[in-house]
Design a protein around this ligand. Sequence first.
Ligand code: FES
Ligand code: MG
Length: 579
Amino acid sequence: MTTPTKKAPQDLRSARWFAPDDLRSFGHRSRMMQLGYAEEEFRDKPIIGVLHTWSELNTCHSHFPERIKDVKRGVAQAGGFAVEMPALSVDESFTKPTSMLYRNMLAMEVEEMIRSHPLDGVVLMGGCDKTTPGLVMGATSAGVPMIFLPAGPMLRGNYAGKILGSGSDAWKYWDERRAGNISDQEWLGVQGGIARSAGTCMTMGTAATMMSITDAMGLTMSGASSIPAVDSNHQRMSAACGRRIVDMVWDDMTPDKIITDASVRNAAMVAMATGCSTNAVVHLIAMARRAGVALTLDDLDALGRNTPLIANVRPSGKDYLMEDFYYAGGLRALMKQMEARLDTSCITVTGKTLGENLEGAEVYNDDVIRPLGNPVYHEGSLAVLKGNLCPQGAVIKPAACDPKYYVHEGPALVFDSYPEMKAAVDDDTLDITPDHVMVLRNAGPLGGPGFPEWGMLPIPKALIKQGHRDMLRISDARMSGTSYGACVLHVSPESFAGGPLALLRTGDMIRLDLPKRRLDMLVDEIELESRRAALTPPKPRFERGYGYMFSKHVTQADEGCDFDFLQTDFGKTAGEPDI
Ligand code: FES
Ligand code: MG
């Protein structure tokens, strides 16, 4: 590795705002003084934007006001000047129709906030599902040095001596409640115990997955993604981010030096080894492509086939949660375990290589972080399917479904909308067998709209009462990273865009062959052709505003659902503002 050349103060990006002896710069300096700062506090210093996604409705980021202070303390210690800048908070808990609709809005906001302001570097504070990819995508396109500060998982859930996992246990206890097996009292107890501290969902859901991916890609302080939100290590990590970003600015460590083919492959392999959320596929593709790395679904499938799942963390693992994962050594220990498979020469935000960061990392509990020879599942957590139902791909999480569905043939029961499906699953008299394949369509990026997490279709009451807890389900939706079951997701192209899923009819036979990575409807091509000819395109979901823009420009799941005009090969960037 070559030693980076240090920037001089006059080369700082912010110097263009503050240094010239002209009227505009006079204005900029006088406005900083309006805030109460003397010139020597901000002149010739890296200006660090602390871009955070806090809001009072983002329950996972409720510790951010304190952490912002820690970051600012670190920036000041290293001789920088920190400014707090709130960005769209995209909370997973309350955003309707789905937070995914707004990931790209956050990414656009972050890119433009950075480009239009006198920032030399940024600390990105996020963690609740979409905030991580949104922040990283935007800052990657803006191109200034950045470091990602992960919110960290919340503490384990607890009720009546039982450990509760985010999402997963909500679904599980809900099924039991629908089956009449738990009381109102118990249900209230679960409600009060399942989320009991600041921090993100503490299963290996989308939040923990995306924070881990960002860590593995070299964009966080090493191992930061596993630190529980309320642990004092999290405060010290936050201050360290502040100190480090100042040096990154002097060293001109821009994101393109960190997000490379090799670091993206590392991140994908680590994701597979952690039992990652299916959402990782969409976000990782989008993040990689912002850095010009053309990651595809096929690449991910190939990496998945060769990477054993070694994090025994729910929902893919059986027993543990993120807090246990941290105590077992966290992501650094997991990466150490698979070091031989990773490209350890990748440079990271610490200024060191991945290999240097992993020195001294150890596994403290090998039931939580398993050796490669004793994995939770012999392959990675995701598989990509192709076939006449999903020519551009679909994903499934084999480790989280009952193996009896790996090869399965059954008749389709097709629903065109969520309310239609919901009414059917709540109907005690629904005519359905465990061999049926439930299908929900019009639930993709355009059809949902916004690609909602509806893909873990509820098991019909009629089957639950007979004791069934899994069945094959297919949709063009996503599912929560905390979900589980034999759910085929992200069918591309989606039905709303005229994908073959739109041609399927109730009663058609469907065949899944996971070992062969195939998903097909057993309907002959002539019949499909006549159904295709009879299709009428649906009315667009939005007629104005952001949703209208989203509908015009969002790409399909296999391409990461980014906007077409934000991809690196679309047009030229306008460059820096001429000030
Ligand atoms: Fe924020 Fe799950 S709701 S991470
Ligand atoms: Mg989630």
